[in-house]
Ligand binder design. Structure first.
Ligand code: IVH
Length: 716
C-alpha cells in the first residue's frame, strides 16, 4: 500500500516509511494545517485543535524535515511562530524577536535535550537548569524606558506584535513605574486569567447573553486584545514574568538571579521557580508540578527548563523558532476512564439533536466531569460506544470534554447499543436527517419547547434585537414563569405589568409573607422598580428595528446575519419578503426563481425560508410580533455600484480597515463576500502577507487589487 492509501484510512504513515514525494505532500499538508490553526488561535482567539494535537503536528513536521532537509518549505511551521498580527491594533516591531519553545514529551526527550546542551558546550557534567511552570496564557513584552512603562506588545508573529499598552495599563500586577531599573528594560511574561476570574467572567457573559470563552487562555488573550481598555479593565488579568527582551545592562549572571532581580523590581514571578541539575531531577520536578497542577488555580500545560548560566545561553543561541538553551516539558492531555451511564439527547435552537454522554463523575486534571459531548449519531457508531461501557474521556484545553472511545474488553454483558431516536425527545415531532447532513433535526419549529427558549435567546441576542437587560438568563426565567412564550410577549410586558396581569416587581416581605409597610402603614415600594422600568424602556427602544436584524432574529434555518442582510436588501420590506417566501413554495413560480437570482442565495437557504413560512405556527407568531414591532425599510442596494453582484475575497492583513468593515461595505454595495477563491470569484482584495488565496487567484486569472484600489473603487 502506498503511504497515501494508508493515510486515507486515517492512519498516519510513520516518518521512516515515507517516500520523498509523500514527505513533500505531507509537509505541505502540515504547513496548511498549522497555518490555519495559528490563525484561529492567534488572530481569532478561537482554537480549532487541542494543544496536544497542535504539538503533534509540529513534531511530525520537524521529524520529516530532519529526514528530508531539502524538502523544508519556505512556509515551514518550524520557522514561523504564530500568525501575523491582527489588523485592529498598531503594529510594533520587537527590539529582540519573541521566539517560541521546543517541546519535550517524555523522559527521553528531556535526556536528549540535556545531552545536546552538554555536547554543544563540551561539558562533562550536567549544568544547572531553572525549572518553572509553563503558564497557559498569552505572551507579552513590557518595555520600560528610564523606569517608565512605555509599551506593552503581544507576541504577534514573533517579529512584530500589537501595541496593547492601553490595555496593559489596566492590569493590576504590572508595575507602571519601576525604581532602580536599567535605562532600557524589557520584561517578558505571560498574561493569564485565574480559574476563579475565568468562571466569574463566563458567568457574567452568560448573564448578558454573550458568547462565553472556551478556556482561560482564550479569555486572557481575548481580553488583552479588546479595543476598549475599559473592557480589559473589567476582566481580572494577571501577569507572570518568565524572561526579558532588550536590556541596557544585564539583570544578573544567571537566569535565576535575573528572575529574582525582576521580582525585586516589582514583577511577579512564579513561586515554583527552582534550579535543578540532571535529567532525573528535572523529571522529578515535572512530576511534582503535575501533582500540584489541579490546585494552582490557573492553567499550566507543562514546565519549562532553561540553562541557568547566561553565558552558556549566549553560546547556545537559537535555532529557527526556539532557543537551544530551553525546552518546554509538556503534560500529556488529561485523560480518564469512567462508565458511560446514559446518552441523553439535547435539542438546540435549530432543532439539532445532539447526543450527550452522562458519565459516572470522574476527576480529570482537577475538574470533576460528568458530561461529555458525543458530537452526533455517526460518531457514536464510528466509536462503537455502548451504554454501560467503560469509556476514555479527554479534556484538552477546552472546557467541554470529549469521549475518545470505549474499552471493549471491559464491556459488561448488559451493555446496550444506543439507538438514536427519530422523534424529538422534547416535543415528539419527527426528527429527520437531511441527505448529506450529520445532524438529525426536530421539525417541531416553534411548538418545540427546546427550540422556543433557544429561539427566544437568539431573538434577543446581540446581532438580533439586542435588548439591554434582557439576556439569556432573564429569558429563561421569563419563559419558566410562563411570562414570555414567544417574541411578541416581550413587547407586551409593560402593558401587562400596568394592567396587573403580571408582576415583575420584587417586594420586601415580612415574616407572614406580606409586603413590608412603613411607619404609616403604607406598602414599601418594590426594590427593583428602577431596573424594571429600564427594561421596559430598553424594550420600547426596539419597537423600530432594521429589517436585517428582524429577519435574523426569527431564527430561520440557514439565515445568519449575512443572509438576513441579503434578503433585506433584495426585498426592501418585510411584507415583500414574506409574500415572496409564501409564493416560492411552488418551485415553478417566478417568486422561487427570483429568490434564487439573489446573489449569494442558493436552494438550501431558500428552502429554509420557504419551510419557515410554510408553518402556520410560525406565521401566526410573526403576525403577533408585527403588531408590536415595525421593521424598517431596508436601505436599497446601490445596484449601480461597481461591485454589485460580484463575488469578492479579502485576504492578507488588511491595514486600512478591518475585515468586518470591508465585508459590511461590500455587502451594502450588493457584492457577495466569500472566504475562499474559486473560478466564481470576481475580485480579490489582497493586503500585505497574502498567501495561498492570492496564489490561487493568480492561477485562475482572477482580478487582484490592493486595499487602496478597493477604496478608490468603492469610495471610502
Ligand atoms: S520561556 C525564547 N517560560 O510559552 C522563548 N515561556 O511555547 C522563551 N510560556 O512564547 C520562552 N510560560 O508565551 C517561557 N515559564 C515560561 C513560560 C513560557 C509560558 C509561553 C510563552 C512562550 C510559549 C512557548
Amino acid at each position: 500500500m502506498t503511504a497515501k492509501a494508508k493515510q486515507s484510512k486515517n492512519a498516519l504513515v510513520p516518518v521512516k516509511d515515507l517516500s520523498p514525494e509523500e514527505a513533500a505532500s505531507e509537509l505541505e499538508r502540515l504547513a496548511g494545517l498549522v497555518a490555519s490553526a495559528d490563525e484561529a488561535y492567534y488572530q481569532n482567539d478561537a482554537p480549532i485543535m487541542s494543544d496536544a494535537e497542535y504539538d503533534s503536528l509540529i513534531r511530525r513536521n520537524l521529524l520529516i524535515e530532519k529526514k528530508f532537509p531539502k524538502l523544508k518549505r519556505a512556509d515551514s511551521p518550524s520557522t514561523r511562530v504564530g500568525a501575523a498580527p491582527s489588523a485592529k491594533f498598531e503594529k510594533v516591531r520587537h527590539a529582540a524577536p519573541m521566539l517560541s519553545l521546543d517541546n519535550a514529551f517524555n523522559e527521553e526527550d528531556v535526556a536528549d535535550f540535556i545531552g545536546r546542551v552538554e555536547r554543544f558546550l563540551k561539558l562533562s557534567e550536567s549544568p544547572g537548569f531553572t525549572c518553572e511552570p509553563k503558564i497557559d496564557g498569552a505572551s507579552l513584552n513590557l518595555r520600560y524606558v528610564n523606569g517608565e512603562l512605555v509599551l506593552g506588545a503581544t507576541r504577534g508573529d514573533g517579529q512584530e506584535g500589537e501595541n496593547v499598552t492601553a490595555n496593559v495599563l489596566t492590569v493590576d500586577n504590572i508595575p507602571k513605574r519601576v525604581k532602580g531599573a536599567p535605562e532600557i528594560l524589557e520584561v517578558r511574561g505571560e498574561i493569564y486569567m485565574s480559574h476563579e476570574a475565568f468562571a466569574a467572567l463566563n458567568a457574567r457573559l452568560e448573564e448578558v447573553g454573550e458568547e462565553q470563552f472556551a478556556n482561560p487562555r482564550n479569555a486572557a488573550a481575548g481580553s488583552l486584545r479588546q479595543l476598549d481598555p475599559a473592557i480589559t479593565a473589567s476582566r481580572p488579568l494577571k501577569f507572570y514574568a518568565w524572561g526579558w527582551g532588550e536590556l541596557s545592562e544585564p539583570l544578573g549572571q544567571t537566569q535565576f538571579a535575573s528572575m529574582k532581580k525582576l521580582e525585586k523590581l516589582g514583577f511577579e514571578i512564579n513561586k515554583l521557580l527552582a534550579v535543578k541539575e540532571g535529567a532525573e531531577a528535572l523529571v522529578a520536578y515535572h512530576a511534582s508540578v503535575e501533582e500540584k497542577r489541579a490546585g494552582l488555580g490557573y492553567d499550566i500545560d507543562g514546565v519549562v527548563y532553561k540553562v541557568d548560566r547566561l553565558d552558556y545561553q549566549e553560546r547556545l543561541g537559537f535555532v529557527a523558532r526556539a532557543p537551544r538553551w530551553a525546552i518546554a516539558h509538556k503534560f500529556p492531555a488529561e485523560k480518564a476512564m469512567t462508565i458511560l451511564e446514559a446518552i441523553d439527547i439535547q435539542v438546540g435552537r435549530t432543532g439539532a439533536l445532539t447526543p450527550v454522554a452522562r458519565l459516572k463523575p470522574v476527576t480529570v486534571g482537577g475538574v470533576v466531569v460528568s458530561n461529555a459531548t458525543l458530537h452526533n449519531e455517526d460518531e457514536i457508531e464510528r466509536k462503537g460506544i455502548h451504554i454501560g461501557d467503560t469509556v476514555i474521556i479527554q479534556r484538552a484545553g477546552d472546557v467541554i470534554p470529549q469521549v475518545l472511545g470505549a474499552v471493549e474488553e471491559k464491556r459488561p454483558k448488559n451493555a446496550k447499543k444506543f439507538k438514536f431516536p427519530d422523534v424529538c425527545p422534547v416535543c415528539g415531532s419527527h426528527a429527520v436527517r437531511e441527505e448529506g447532513e450529520a445532524v438529525r433535526r426536530c421539525t417541531g419549529g416553534l411548538i418545540c419547547g427546546a427550540q422556543i427558549v433557544e429561539r427566544l435567546k437568539h431573538f434577543v441576542s446581540r446581532a438580533a434585537f439586542d435588548i439591554e437587560g434582557l439576556g439569556e438568563k432573564q429569558i429563561e426565567a421569563f419563559f419558566e414563569e410562563g411570562i414570555v412564550k414567544e417574541p411578541a410577549d416581550i413587547f407586551t410586558l409593560r402593558a401587562r405589568q400596568e394592567k396587573g396581569k403580571i408582576d415583575l416587581y420584587r417586594y420586601d416581605l415580612d415574616e407572614n409573607g406580606e409586603r413590608k409597610r412603613d411607619k404609616n402603614g403604607k406598602e414599601k415600594p418594590p426594590t427593583n422598580k428602577k431596573s424594571v422600568e429600564n427594561l421596559f424602556d430598553a424594550i420600547d427602544a426596539r419597537r423600530k428595528i432594521s429589517l436585517t436584524r428582524f429577519i435574523y432574529a426569527l431564527g430561520i434555518r440557514h439565515i445568519g446575519e449575512v443572509n438576513a442582510r441579503l434578503f433585506a436588501q433584495a426585498y426592501g420590506t418585510f411584507d415583500a419578503f414574506r409574500d415572496a417566501a409564501r409564493a416560492a413554495t411552488d418551485h415553478d413560480s417566478p417568486a422561487y426563481q427570483d429568490m434564487l437570482t439573489i446573489e449569494g442565495i442558493g436552494e438550501i437557504v431558500a428552502q429554509g425560508v420557504i419551510d419557515f413560512f410554510d408553518e402556520k405556527h410560525n406565521r401566526d407568531a410573526v403576525d403577533r410580533l408585527l403588531k408590536e414591532v415595525t421593521p424598517e425599510e431596508a436601505e436599497k442596494v446601490a445596484s449601480s455600484s461597481p461591485v454589485a453582484g460580484k463575488t469578492i475575497v479579502f485576504t492578507g492583513s488588511l491595514e486600512r480597515f478591518t475585515r468586518d468593515e470591508a465585508k459590511a461595505r461590500a455587502l451594502s454595495l450588493g457584492a457577495k463576500v466569500s472566504g475562499s477563491v474559486s473560478a466564481k470569484t470576481d475580485l480579490v482584495v489582497a493586503g500585505p502577507g497574502a498567501g495561498s488565496k492570492l496564489k490561487t487567484a493568480q492561477e485562475l486569472g482572477v482580478e487582484v487589487i490592493s486595499e487602496d484600489d478597493w477604496l478608490k473603487l468603492v469610495g471610502s
